[in-house]
Write a protein that binds this ligand. Sequence first.
Ligand code: CAA
Length: 259
Amino acid sequence: MTFEFIIVEPEYKKHIALIRLNRPDALNALNLQLMGELRDALKELDDNDEVRVIVLTGNEKAFAAGADIKQMADKNAIDMLKIDQFTTWDQIKKTKKPLIAAVSGFALGGGCELAMTCDMIVASESAKFGQPEIKIGVMPGAGGTQRLTKAMGKALAMEMILTGNFIDAEKALQHGLINRIAPVELYLDEAIKLATEIALQSPLATQMAKEAIVKSFDLGISEGVLFERKNYYLLFAGQDQKEGMNAFIEKRKPDFKGN
Ligand code: CAA
C-alpha cells in the first residue's frame, strides 16, 4: 500500500496496523487526495483478516491542522456541493475495526473531527484540540458540532466552536473527549498498548460492540438496545464465543481466531 500523503504499515505489530498522516510541511492539512488515500487504506485494512485494530497518527507537531484551507479558499457553494468532500469522511466512519487516534500537537478543525471520527483518542501532553473554523468565516463541516457536543456537552462545545479557542490534553481528558494522555515521546506507544489489549479480544465481538456503540449516536435508547441485543445473539453463531466461554470454564486464556 503506497500513497503520497499517508504511510501505511499493515503489520506494525501483531494484528495492529498503523497509518501515519504524512504532509508535515502543511501540518498534515487534510486535502482531498489525503482523505481519499485514507479512505482507501482503511477499506483495505478492514478487509485484511490479519488486522484487528487500526491506529491513526500524525507527527509530534500535528495530528492534522484541519481541512486544506488553500485548496478550498476560492471555491463557491456549487463547487463545494459538487466536490462533496465529506462523502469520503462518511466512508471512513464505516470502518468496522476499532480505530484509535494517537494525537500529538494540533488536532484542529477537520483534524479534531477526524480524531473524533475514530473510536478512541490517546493524546500526548502537547496535544491541542480545537474547532477554529469560526476564525476563517465558516463553521465545522465534518461532524464537529455534533460529535464535540456529544463528547463534551453543550456549554464547552458551544464555547470552543463560537470562539475557536483550543483546549489542551488535560482539559480534553477531564471532559471526556479523549481516553488517555502520555508524554510526547510515549503517546504512540500508549496507543499501541491500548490497541494490543483490544487485539487480544475476539475480533468479531469487538467489531459488533463497536457497531452497537456507534449506533447509540443515531438511535434512541430502545432501538439502540434492540440493535445491541441482535449483535449479542449473533455472536453465538461464531467460534470465538465458544472459545471465550470454554476458556473461562477451563480456567485458561482464550485464543481468538475471528471466526
Ligand atoms: N490548510 C492549509 N495549510 C495549512 C493549514 C490548513 N488547515 N494549517 C497549516 N497550514 C500550513 C500553513 O499555511 C503553513 O504553510 P507555509 O509554510 O506554506 O506557509 C504551514 O502549514 C505551517 O503552518 P504555520 O506557519 O501557520 O504554523 P504555526 O505553528 O505558526 O501555526 C496553526 C499553527 C495555529 C495550526 C496554524 O497553522 C493554523 O491556524 N492553521 C489553520 C487551522 C484551521 O483553521 N483549521 C481549520 C480548517 S477548516 C476545516 O477544517 C473545515 C472542516 O470542518 C473540515
